[in-house]
Design a protein around this ligand. Structure first.
Ligand code: NAI
Length: 297
């Protein structure tokens, strides 16, 4: 066990998309330095702009002190070279959900960072053990699974791969609490806890719609207003985006050797193929105008 795991001050985030920028927000607001890198320079600039807008809104609403916002933004370093993350004690990867791309990145990171730097993945569906297999030091690789939108979704899964050092996971449990979130420890199985249980709601909702039992809006209303979920499955898939959600459903299905209860639906596949991704494309299971859902008649 390395005691260096216990004192995380600087966090490198790879991937400046929806998840990377959300994690960056809670990290800088909880006193950490963030080195944000994306292989698309425009994504880094977009993440920076989005963070500034979000913090300015929080200040306007009186939820954040103006000085605290300025100090937090001063802790954000925008990087156009992966090597700029070399001094971090923790790297959180939030890039495209593809095992080969994540493995290549982790291999590259190991050549850049110190030997006691923890390498964490925000993957929703890939095996932490498989990602770690690309590393010379697989014991430092841990799953660190945040949910979207990160500042509001308080639960975070910390996942031990088969070869993870439990001290690395312990450090992420402590860090999560420091960030004001609630960590839950999970073992490395497809979907971990939330996507294992939660996927069933999406795939079952899709099956009900496919069988013509009820509309998307009717199924959502039942799950939201009767079952007590914050959103129904179609509202949630529209928020996440089918470009993210459908590959996760397919990956979990295949990892469980085509177990029928995880089978994804052609209703979602055809929407993805047609670019009806959800909120981000203006149309998914619902229509969106100016970022707001157009209520079905
Ligand atoms: P996104 O598509 O919004 O952002 C991904 C970013 O990674 C993009 O800016 C892209 O330019 C960058 N990128 C891709 N390949 C890269 C590479 N090789 N090196 C550096 N940057 C690279 O994706 P999102 O939604 O932020 O998801 C990221 C990860 O988080 C995925 O693994 C996803 O499964 C996981 N996740 C997503 C959730 C969601 O609801 N969106 C929830 C929980 C986890």
């Amino acid at each position: 066990m390395s005691s260096a795991y216990l004192d995380i001050q600087s966090i490198g985030i790879v991937g400046g998309g929806a998840m990377g920028r959300g994690i960056a927000q809670i990290a800088i607001l909880s006193g950490h330095f963030v080195y944000l890198y994306d292989n698309n320079a425009e994504a880094v600039a977009a993440a920076d702009a989005a963070l500034r807008t979000t913090l300015a809104t929080l200040v306007e609403k009186g939820k954040l002190d103006a000085k605290a916002s300025e100090v937090a933004l001063g802790r954000l370093k925008l990087c156009n070279d992966l090597a700029d993350l070399r001094g971090c004690e923790l790297i959180i990867e939030a890039i495209i959900e593809r095992l080969d791309v994540k493995q290549a990145l982790f291999g590259q990171l190991e050549k850049i960072v110190a030997g006691d730097c923890i390498l964490a993945s925000n993957t929703s569906s890939l095996s932490i053990t498989a990602i770690a297999a690309a590393c010379a030091q697989p014991e430092r690789v841990v799953g660190f699974h945040f949910f979207n939108p990160v500042p509001l979704m308080k639960v975070v899964e910390v996942i031990d791969g088969l070869r993870s050092d439990s001290a690395a996971g312990d450090a992420l449990m402590a860090l999560t609490r420091k960030m004001g979130h609630t960590p839950v420890r999970a073992r490395d199985m497809p979907g971990f806890i939330v996507n294992h249980a939660g996927r069933a709601m999406n795939t079952e909702g899709l099956r009900i719609a496919q069988e013509g039992v009820a509309t998307f809006a009717e199924i959502d209303a039942i799950m939201r207003d009767q079952a007590g979920f914050r959103m129904g499955p179609f509202e949630l898939m529209d928020l996440t985006g089918l470009d993210v959600s459908q590959p996760v459903m397919e990956s979990i299905y295949h990892q469980f050797y085509e177990e029928a209860r995880y089978r994804p639906s052609p209703i979602a596949a055809v929407r993805l193929a047609g670019g009806l991704l959800g909120r981000k494309s203006g149309e998914g299971f619902y229509l969106y105008r100016d970022g707001k859902k157009v209520e079905p008649e």
